[in-house]
Write a protein that binds this ligand. Sequence first.
Ligand code: F6R
Length: 614
Amino acid sequence: MCGIVGYIGNKEAYPIIIKGLKRLEYRGYDSAGVALLSNDSLNVYKKQGKVANLEAYSGDLDTSGTSGIGHTRWATHGAPNDTNAHPHYSESESIAVIHNGIIENYDAIRKQLLSKGYTFRSDTDTEVLCYLIEDIQKNAGTKLGESVRLALQQVVGAYALVVISKKEPNKLIAARKSSPLVVGIGDEGDFYLASDATPIVEYTRQVVYLDDEEIAVIKRGEELKIYGIDDIQKTPYVQELELHLEALEKGGYDHFMLKEIHEQPRSIEDCFRGRLNAEKGRVSLGGIREYEQKLINANRVIMIACGTSWHACLVGEYLFEDLARINVEVEYASEFRYRNPIIGENDIVIAVSQSGETADTLAALELAKSRGATILGICNVVGSSISRITDAGSYTHAGPEIGVASTKAFTAQVTVLTLMALSLANQKGTLSSTKFRGMLSELEAIPAKVKKVLESNQQIEYISGEYQGASNALYLGRGSSFPVALEGALKLKEISYIHAEGYPAAEMKHGPIALIDEEMPVFVVATKGMSYEKVVSNIQEVKARKGKIIAIVTEGDEQVREIADHVIEIPETDEHLVPLLATIPFQLLSYRIAVMRGCNVDQPRNLAKSVTVE
Ligand code: F6R
């Protein structure tokens, strides 16, 4: 949450920062701002709303200068208005700060500064930090880097921040703790800073991911220096970016979400490339191979995540239990960490996260690690915090996901979990060789089947037109289609603002059935498999109360077609793999409905993609 960008070098900073902020807008879009250093003056321009508002506003102002910082905000402390937008000035306006995270003890620091006679302009925790830096500098006579370091020693909380000062114009100071920050090293003595690598990749591939409690002292034309908060100098670990620029563009689609939905045949294939060979009967996830025996013998295997990634874990639970006969518990990271969980050395905690930065998931992992558990990660963003603190893990290789609503990351997470479950099943011998090989072939065939599901676009558009005016919706599924129902409901509510709930189909009669009338669309996964007949009965129960049924069925199904209002067919596949197909029509339905309702699909209200606050 919140995106930060910085630049210092020989080029004009403003266009680089604006472009970078647009790439990071998925992290928050309540307000945007820049601080630019030109001719000894430090100018801050900021505006409520999107980066485009800031651009329109700052167009006639002085945007020259070769160093600057920029911010796109997801509000935590203080309303989303111009005043609370970042950057924040220090009292004398000679320092400006951008910040992603939360200063938990900001009130205590604020009171301490108020007692010294300072008055604040905004309601934010960040402004307090900026004042503190200046206060330290004034009293201790320290340089900017040292003042930031001393200020951070007083701070409790999370931060990725960049500080600029007109008194030391050839320098930017950056620091991180629990919020991500990347430094890009240009080849002309210039430096780029950002919350992730997407604003940096078009200028350089050489990057350094800052670690927790590290401070970067970035001087124009000099070597990057990194210090611990304890002042011990460290050697920067320079990495080569693998990201490609075209992955960050819409590529002809109206929205990133639509592009990402359509990328799924490729992203699923990329996910199992080199890991799956059906012909040779092989499946292997290099990243976790060494931990497979441990997983098999573990006392407990706990999967933790938030939101969509939590739904992927629920699918994973079915797969691990049914295929590999390994018991799995799935927990919301936020609940797990505050419950004083009983966890020890023989337990394995697997975190699933697209961004690899979700604060609750990260903190839950740290807790598990501190109690001796082995921690594994399934992340999409390479180099993210979770991928770096885990003992081992597997990337999902879905490519950058920019639409705030997760789509291709979900199917990639489910693919990795399927590969893991199959590999473990193979090790344990819980599947016959015919079944095992059959499943590998089925998995290999999934990308082509996803392509086929995507062809139902026109029919989905028609159905979306029928239900775009709904105020509520129910999603039902059984077995591993229950998480698909949860995910369908989440997609609908987050981008179209229609209230939707997902339920195990059998649970409907324990309460939600009271909601059903002729106005209520009920989306059901009714594919062929073990619970097919039971789901058909549930559909009958809805129809008896005049509810509208939109069913996802297996190609050729006649029984549900007769009773449902609409059916969307998906190709036949192994029951364990149905989530990878059944989820696609739900993504498309949510997308189409949201577009018809005039919602901002890629940047839904109140949301941000990378949730780095608890
Ligand atoms: C929903 C969505 C969120 C995320 C959740 C976890 O579409 O994107 O629910 O799934 O915030 O994020 P990650 O996976 O980055 O940990």
